[in-house]
Design a protein around this ligand. Structure first.
Ligand code: SF4
Ligand code: SF4
Length: 370
C-alpha cells in the first residue's frame, strides 16, 4: 500500500512530492549556525498562517509523500497536532518529519502524543537536533541547560516509541565550524547512547547567523562522511529504512562531489516537486534561493495557482537552465527520487546491501565503478 502510494506520487501526481512547511518563525534557541535567523529575528512582525488557513492550503493538495514541518521551533505552535491532522486527512500525506531543538519536553510530549494518536497510519519522524553534546550544546544553542533538557526529551521519546509504532527518532548533527573537530565524537556518543536512532550528519546551509559557521574544510567533511559510513549501524527504525539509509550515503557522496567540483551533479526539481511554504504564506522553490513565487493568501490558498504563475515558471526554468546547485539534503533526497540514473543506483545499492551479491566500490561508493 505504501509502495503504491509512492509510485503514484512519483509518477502520476501533479502535486508536489515533498513540502517543507514552516509553521512559525518563533524560536527559543539562538543557534550560531541557524540559517533562518533573519525570519526568527523578525518573528514578531510576521503573521503566521492560522489553522484555518493551513486547512485551506491542505485542501488544494490531494496527495503528498513527505511533509517536513519546520520553524523556528515547530512545537511552539500549540495547534501543531491539528496541523498534522489536516495534512493527513486532506492531503493524504504519507510521512511527516518534524525537526526540533528538544528544549520543551512537556510541550513536545503533549503535542506529539495527540498527533500520533489522531494519525495512526501516518509515519512520524522526529529529527532531534543535537549538533553538540554536554556543555558545548548549551554554548552552540545559546541556551543554559540545553543538554540536560535534551536528555529529558530523549528519554520521553524513548518511552513514546514503546507505545506508538508510527514514531521514530533520528538525531540531527549539523556540521559547522564550531563542532567540526568533534563530529566524530558526537556520532560515537549517539551510536552508543541512543542506539535506536540514526545520527543524520549534514552540512550547515544557507547564510548562517554567524557567517564563519560555514568555514568547514571539505577534506574533513569527506573524512566525517566516510567515518559515518563505517561506524553508524544501518538501523531499520522506519518504513523503507534500508532504502533511506542507502540514500543518505548517496547524498553524502553527492554533497562532497558538489562542493569539490562546484557544479550541479543532478538536476534540481525544486519549485516543481519540492516546495517551501513559509509561516506567512510565502512560497519559495527552496530554502536557499531568494525567489518568492507568490503568497498563498493572494491566491485562494491554492498552491497550484502559485506554481502556475508565469513568474513561477520563469523561476523554475531558471533553476533548470542555470544548472543550479547546492548541498541542501532535502533537495538532494528529492532529486535522487526524480532522477532515473540515481534511482537505478539506489536500487543497486539496496540489492547490494540486502544480498551482498556484488560490492559497491568502497572508494567512490558508485555503482559504475564496480
Ligand atoms: S537552528 Fe533551529 S533551533 Fe536553532 S535557532 Fe534556528 S530554528 Fe531555532
Ligand atoms: S539547487 Fe539548491 S539552491 Fe538551487 S534550486 Fe535546488 S535547492 Fe535551491
Amino acid at each position: 500500500m505504501q509502495s503504491s502510494r509512492i509510485v503514484h506520487n512519483r509518477y502520476f501526481s501533479r502535486n508536489p512530492f515533498f513540502i517543507v512547511l514552516y509553521v512559525t518563525s518563533r524560536c527559543n534557541a539562538y543557534c550560531k549556525m541557524c540559517y533562518n535567523w533573519k525570519n526568527i529575528a523578525n518573528a514578531g512582525n510576521r503573521i503566521e498562517l492560522s489553522l484555518n488557513e493551513i486547512g485551506k492550503i491542505a485542501s488544494h493538495i490531494q496527495s503528498v509523500q513527505q511533509l517536513t514541518i519546520s520553524g523556528g521551533e515547530p512545537f511552539l505552535r500549540e495547534d501543531l497536532a491539528e496541523i498534522c491532522t489536516l495534512f493527513c486527512k486532506k492531503s493524504n500525506v504519507q510521512f511527516i518529519t518534524i525537526p526540533t531543538n528538544g528544549l520543551l519536553t512537556d510541550c513536545i510530549e503533549r503535542i506529539l502524543k495527540k498527533a500520533l494518536t489522531d494519525n495512526p497510519y501516518v509515519h512520524f519522524r522526529i529529527g532531534l537536533s543535537m549538533p553538540e553534546v554536554d556543555d558545548e550544546l548549551d554554548e552552540l544553542l545559546g541556551v543554559k541547560n540545553a543538554y540536560k533538557k535534551h536528555r529529558e526529551t530523549f528519554e520521553m521519546f524513548r518511552a513514546l516509541k514503546k507505545i506508538y509504532k508510527n514514531l521514530n527518532v533520528d538525531i540531527g548533527i549539523v556540521c559547522n565550524k564550531y563542532n567540526i573537530d568533534r563530529v566524530r565524537y558526537i556520532v560515537d556518543r549517539v551510536v552508543s547512547e541512543k542506539e535506536e536512532c540514526n545520527p543524520i550528519v549534514s552540512m550547515v546551509r544557507g547564510k548562517p547567523r554567524f557567517k564563519e559557521a560555514k568555514d568547514i574544510p571539505i577534506d574533513e567533511l569527506d573524512y566525517i562522511y566516510t567515518y559515518c559510513k563505517e561506524r553508524i549501524p544501518k538501523i531499520n527504525n522506519r518504513p523503507f529504512a534500508d532504502f533511506m539509509n542507502q540514500m543518505t550515503d548517496m547524498v553524502h557522496n553527492i554533497t562532497i562531489k558538489t562542493v569539490k567540483e562546484k557544479k550541479m551533479i543532478l538536476p534540481c526539481k525544486c519549485g516543481i516537486k519540492l516546495i517551501v511554504i513559509y509561516d506567512n504564506g510565502d512560497v519559495y522553490p527552496c530554502e536557499l534561493l531568494d525567489e518568492n513565487l507568490g503568497n498563498l493568501r493572494d491566491h485562494d490558498y491554492d498552491i497550484h495557482k502559485v506554481l502556475n504563475l508565469n513568474t513561477s515558471r520563469i523561476i523554475t526554468k531558471k533553476i533548470r537552465d542555470s544548472k543550479c546547485y547546492c548541498t541542501w539534503e532535502c533537495a538532494l533526497n528529492n532529486n535522487i527520487i526524480f532522477s532515473y540514473k540515481y534511482v537505478f543506483e539506489l536500487f543497486l545499492r539496496y540489492i547490494s546491501y540486502k544480498t551482498g551479491w556484488f560490492r559497491l566500490s568502497p572508494k567512490t561508493g558508485q555503482y559504475d565503478k564496480l
